[in-house]
Write a protein that binds this ligand. Structure first.
Ligand code: AMP
Length: 549
C-alpha cells in the first residue's frame, strides 16, 4: 500500500524559504577580506541569494550550469551556497589551497561555466582560466586593485554589481531532490582529485542529522562558529544545519588564524564551534601565550577531519569546553560518526572507550568492518578491518569515473582501518589509502612522489606520512638518487617550490639505495613505514611549522 503522505521534494529552495520566513531574524556575521565585520539576517541572505539567481537567469545561464567558487567562508559564498542550487544550478567549491594545476584540473572536470572568487585569488585563477573551455563569466568578491585584475578570457564582473542587476527571486523552481546541488572534489585516495556530487536530498538529510543532539545539536538558542573552509565537504554541512535550526552563524572569512578566531569568539560569543584539530590546538597555544583562561560562552567544539589527540580533549575540558570527536569523509558528507558519551557509559572504562573512539555512527548511516577478502567481520570492537559505510548521504560513485573499486556490495569502502563495536562506536587504527592528512587536508602521496621524480638527479621516490604534533601528519620523502648524483634535501625542496602547493613540501628526507617494492612492483609503503620507524636516517630540512596553512 502506498502511503498517504505528500511527496514534496527536499530541495534547498525549501530550506531557504524556511530560513527566511521562520528564522528570518537569525544573524550571519562574516568577516571580509579587509577584516571588516558584516552582519546580515537570514532574511537578507535569502534576498541576496535570490538576486544572485536572478542575475544568472538574466545572463542566460540555464538550469544545470556549474558555478565554481574559489572563496573563503564569506557571506557572498554562503549566498552562492543557496542561490545557485536553489535555482537548479550546481555549485562547485574549489579548494583555494591547492596548486593552480590541480585547481585547473578540478574546474575543467566539473565543467565550470561561471567562477566566483575572492579578489585575492584572481591572479592564480588568471594563470589557468584559459584552460577552462566552458568558462563564460568571472565574478569577483571584494576590492580589486587594477594591477591585480589581469586579462580574463571572458567577462569579469564584481559580485555586488552583478547582484544589483537582479531582483530577489521568490519563485524558486521545483527541483527533483535527487538532482546534484553541490560538487566537491576529494584528493584523498589517489593522485587525481575525484568529484562527489551531493544532492538536495542528501544535503537536507545530513543537515537534519547535524541538528540532532546526538550529533552537533543545534537550536535557535545557539551561535555557531564553523572554523571550516566552505570548500571542505560543504563546510561539513554546518551552514545548512544552521539555516535549518535558526542559530546565529559566524563565518570567519578567509583567515582561520588563531588570533582571528579568538577575536571572533570574544566579539561574537559563539556557543558551539567546529574545526580540525590543528586549528583548535593553535587556538589553545595562542590562549596560553596571552594567558587567557576561557572562551566565553563556548560550550562545545566538534572536532574531526583527523585524529583528535586525547590531550587536546582534556585541555579543552579543563576550560569547561566539551571537545567532541567526529569522523567522516567527503564521500559521506562529513560528520558520520560523533563521539558523544551516552548516559549508560557511567563507568570510567566506558567513558574512556567512548572518548577514545572516532565516534558513534549517526542514525541513517550504517557501518561494518570487512577483511581484505571482502568477508564481514564481527562488530565486536576487536576485529580490525576496513570500515565500510552506506546510507542516503553516502556517495555511490565519483563524477565521470567508471570503476567501482570503492564499493563492495553497495557499501562504500572508506580506506580507513579500524573496529566497530556493538554500540556503533568506530575506532580507527590505520589507513589503507595512500595519502597524508596534514592539518585536516590531503596531500596525495602519488602526486608528490611524481613531482619529486621530475628532479633530474632522482631515480625513485616514495612518500609516507609521519606523525606530527601540530599537523597530525606530515609527508616524509624517501629518495633514491641516480648513480653519482648528489642532490640534497634543500635542492629537492627548492625543486618542488612552484610545482606543488608549498604546504605539501616535506621537511623530512631520507636517501636510500632502493625503494622497497611488493611482488607486483608497487611501492611497499608498509615496509617503508617499518623501516622509517626503526632505522631511517632523516634529514630535517625545515621546521614543520613552515607548512603554512
Ligand atoms: P576528507 O574526505 O578530506 O574529509 O577526509 C576523510 C578522511 O579523513 C577519513 O577517511 C579519515 O581517513 C580521515 N579522518 C576524518 N576524521 C577523522 C578522525 N576523527 N580521526 C582520524 N581520521 C579522520
Amino acid at each position: 500500500m502506498k502511503s498517504t503522505m505528500q511527496a514534496n521534494q527536499l530541495g534547498l529552495a525549501l530550506l531557504l524559504r524556511h530560513a527566511c520566513r521562520v528564522n528570518g531574524r537569525s544573524r550571519i556575521v562574516s568577516v571580509t577580506a579587509d577584516g571588516l565585520r558584516v552582519e546580515q539576517t537570514f532574511a537578507d541572505l535569502a534576498q541576496r541569494a535570490g538576486r544572485l539567481a536572478h542575475a544568472l537567469d538574466q545572463r542566460g545561464f540555464p538550469t544545470g550550469t556549474v558555478v565554481g567558487t574559489l572563496a573563503g567562508a564569506s557571506r557572498e559564498h554562503l549566498e552562492a551556497y543557496l542561490g545557485v542550487p536553489a535555482s537548479g544550478r550546481i555549485l562547485h567549491t574549489i579548494n583555494v589551497r591547492l596548486h593552480a594545476d590541480q585547481q585547473a584540473y578540478i574546474a575543467e572536470h566539473a565543467n565550470d561555466e561561471v567562477i566566483m572568487l575572492d579578489s585575492q585569488n584572481l591572479e592564480t585563477f588568471a594563470s589557468f582560466a584559459h584552460r577552462l573551455p566552458k568558462l563564460r563569466l568571472v565574478v569577483t568578491v571584494g576590492p580589486r586593485t587594477p594591477s591585480a585584475a589581469p586579462l580574463m578570457p571572458c567577462e569579469t564582473i564584481d559580485y555586488e554589481t552583478l547582484i544589483a542587476d537582479g531582483v530577489p527571486r521568490i519563485d524558486w523552481p521545483d527541483i527533483d531532490e535527487n538532482e546534484a546541488a553541490i560538487i566537491c572534489f576529494t584528493g584523498g585516495t589517489t593522485g587525481l582529485p575525484k568529484g562527489v556530487a551531493y544532492s538536495h536530498r542528501s544535503i537536507w538529510l545530513q543537515a537534519m542529522s547535524i541538528c540532532t543532539a546526538n550529533s552537533v545539536g543545534l537550536s535557535s538558542n545557539d551561535c555557531l562558529l564553523p572554523a571550516v573552509p566552505l570548500y571542505h565537504v560543504n563546510g561539513w554541512g554546518l551552514p545548512f544545519a544552521a539555516l535549518m535550526a535558526g542559530c546565529d552563524l559566524i563565518l570567519p572569512g578567509a583567515s582561520m588564524q588563531p588570533s582571528a578566531l579568538i577575536a571572533l569568539i570574544k566579539a561574537e560569543a559563539p556557543t558551539i564551534a567546529a574545526g580540525v584539530p590543528t586549528i583548535w590546538s593553535d587556538v589553545l597555544a595562542e590562549m596560553r601565550t596571552r594567558g587567557m583562561s576561557g572562551l566565553g560562552r563556548l560550550k562545545s567544539v566538534s572536532c574531526g577531519g583527523a585524529q583528535v589527540p586525547q590531550r587536546l580533549v582534556d585541555d579543552y575540558a579543563a576550560l569547561g569546553i566539551r571537545m567532541v570527536q567526529a569522523w567522516g569523509m567527503t564521500e559521506t558528507s562529513s560528520m558520520s560518526a560523533i563521539a558523544q558519551t551516552p548516559a549508560w557509559a557511567s563507568s570510567a572504562d566506558d567513558r574512556r572507550r567512548c572518548a577514545s573512539a572516532q565516534g558513534r555512527v549517526v542514525c541513517g548511516l550504517e557501518v561494518r568492518v570487512s577483511d581484505l577478502d571482502g568477508a564481514t567481520l564481527p562488530a565486536d570492537g576487536v576485529a580490525v578491518g576496513e570500515i565500510q559505510i552506506r546510507g542516503p548521504w553516502v556517495t555511490q560513485s565519483y563524477l565521470d569515473v567508471e570503476e567501482r573499486n570503492h564499493l563492495q556490495d553497495g557499501w562504500l569502502r572508506t580506506g580507513d582501518l579500524g573496529t566497530v563495536d556493538a554500540d556503533g562506536f568506530i575506532c580507527l587504527t590505520d589507513r589503507l589509502k595512500d595519502a597524508i592528512k596534514s592539518g585536516g587536508e590531503w596531500i596525495p602521496s602519488l602526486a608528490l612522489e611524481n613531482a619529486i621524480r621530475t628532479h633530474p638527479s632522482v631515480l625513485d621516490a616514495a612518500v609516507i606520512a609521519v606523525a606530527d604534533e601540530r599537523w597530525q601528519e606530515r609527508p616524509a620523502a624517501i629518495v633514491v638518487l641516480k648513480p653519482d648524483e648528489t642532490a640534497n634535501a634543500s635542492e629537492l625542496r627548492a625543486h618542488l617550490l612552484g610545482r606543488v602547493a608549498k604546504w605539501w613540501i616535506p621537511e623530512r628526507w631520507a636517501f636510500i639505495d632502493a625503494i622497497p617494492r611488493t611482488s607486483v612492483g608497487k611501492i611497499d609503503k608498509k615496509r617503508i613505514r617499518q623501516i622509517a620507524g626503526a632505522s631511517m636516517a632523516w634529514t630535517l630540512d625545515a621546521p614543520a611549522a613552515c607548512a603554512a596553512r
